[in-house]
Design a protein around this ligand. Structure first.
Ligand SMILES: *Cc1c(COP(=O)(O)O)cnc(C)c1O
Length: 357
């Protein structure tokens, strides 16, 4: 830190993203990307749009918002676009933080929430998950606080039924309730259909996980037009061209080819269920995942040990240095071949471990 750095932020520790190795020698199961490429129409649209890079992007992202609105049966004014859903979340903390406001979220969840809260000086409390890593709905019902919940939650993969989300929105009418649905396309039901019923509800989604566009950086909020205006006020006070031209075109093409991505999600769910069975056979346990990852542990095997052994075998998974979950590995569901390699490597590691005993 230089002596010029904002003293109010000196205690800030930045979000640490999963490793992105430069070479392709690793099987990458650490950042929940899709194993499948973007659809043909997306690649074509991106290539065409590149020819127009001389010009600024549409600051209103009109074509993409229209396509998304049709997809979710809402109006374009219900959609706010972000440079990844991370940016939408950042806008939320800025727009609804302020003095006196307080956010609550689970103690084990997406690591960016406390980082944003600290960056913007927003008060927050972390509600502990139970020992099975479930959210206790009572922690959020009628609390008169701003709420942010990832559903399915990360890194547990546990999905909360929509009627509980609805109850949380209904019983906190004077606060925003933000549902981060980064993984909703892998088996859950979106709360997007509730935005006209609850004027405090913001649903956040992304093109990074189910639509194979992590590198394009595209996320969005689905909410009522008043909350959308608030988020857009922050967006336009930060960077009105926050989503670049190529990404806007790619996103629109992806929505037009939604069938391809639905098919990919189906494949990923099948591979997830296959992997669960294989992991069970190796004595791993995990909460029921509704996401494109499995949060697994094995009695007697340290998470860090398994992580390192897999890494030696050129397989990257995610391990968190948080005491409550340090025994677990978060394993992205890749292609069937990648998961076969993972199971093979884990069998090896376990066999060697048993022989050492
Ligand atoms: C991956 C992820 C995001 C961020 O996604 P981007 O759209 O790539 O910024 C947000 N929330 C959760 C829970 C995630 O896992």
């Amino acid at each position: 830190m230089s002596r010029f750095f904002n003293g109010d932020l000196s205690a800030l520790s930045a979000y640490v993203p999963g490793e992105q190795p430069k070479d392709a020698e690793f099987i990458k199961l650490n950042t929940n990307e899709s194993p499948y490429p973007p659809s043909a129409g997306v690649l074509k649209a991106a290539e065409e749009e590149a020819k127009k890079l001389r010009l600024y992007s549409d600051p209103d992202g009109r074509n993409l918002r229209k396509a998304l609105a049709e997809n979710y049966e809402v109006r374009p004014e219900n959609i706010v676009l972000g440079n990844g859903s991370d940016e939408i979340l950042s806008f939320c903390f800025q727009a609804f933080g302020g003095s006196g406001a307080e956010f609550i979220f689970p103690d084990i969840t997406y690591g960016f929430y406390p980082v944003f809260a600290k960056l913007y000086g927003v008060k927050f409390s972390e509600m502990p998950l139970d020992e099975r890593l479930f959210i206790n709905p009572d922690d959020y019902i009628g609390k008169n606080k701003n709420i942010i919940i990832a559903n399915p939650n990360a890194p547990s993969g546990i999905y909360m039924e929509l009627d509980i989300i609805e109850k949380i929105a209904a019983t906190n009418p004077d606060n925003v309730v933000i549902i981060d649905e980064a993984y909703i396309d892998f088996g859950g039901e979106s709360a997007a259909k509730l935005i006209n019923k609850y004027d405090n509800l913001i649903v956040v989604q992304t093109f990074s996980k189910s639509r194979s566009l992590a590198g394009a950086r595209l996320g969005y909020a689905i909410t009522n037009s008043a909350l959308a205006d608030d988020l857009n006020k922050i967006r336009c006070s930060t960077n009105p061209y926050n989503v670049n031209r190529i990404t806007l075109a790619a996103g629109e093409a992806a929505i037009r080819e939604q069938d391809y991505y639905d098919e990919n999600c189906k494949k990923i769910i099948e591979t997830r269920e296959w992997t669960k069975e294989k992991l069970k056979a190796l004595n791993f346990s995990f909460p029921e995942s509704f996401a494109n990852f499995i949060f697994a542990k094995r009695d007697g095997a340290k998470g860090a040990f398994l992580y390192n052994e897999l890494r030696k075998r050129k397989i990257l998974v995610r391990h968190f240095n948080n005491e409550k979950i340090s025994d677990y590995l978060r394993i992205t569901v890749g292609s069937r071949e990648e998961m076969e390699a993972l199971i093979c490597a884990l069998s090896d590691i376990i066999k060697e471990g048993d022989e050492l005993k």
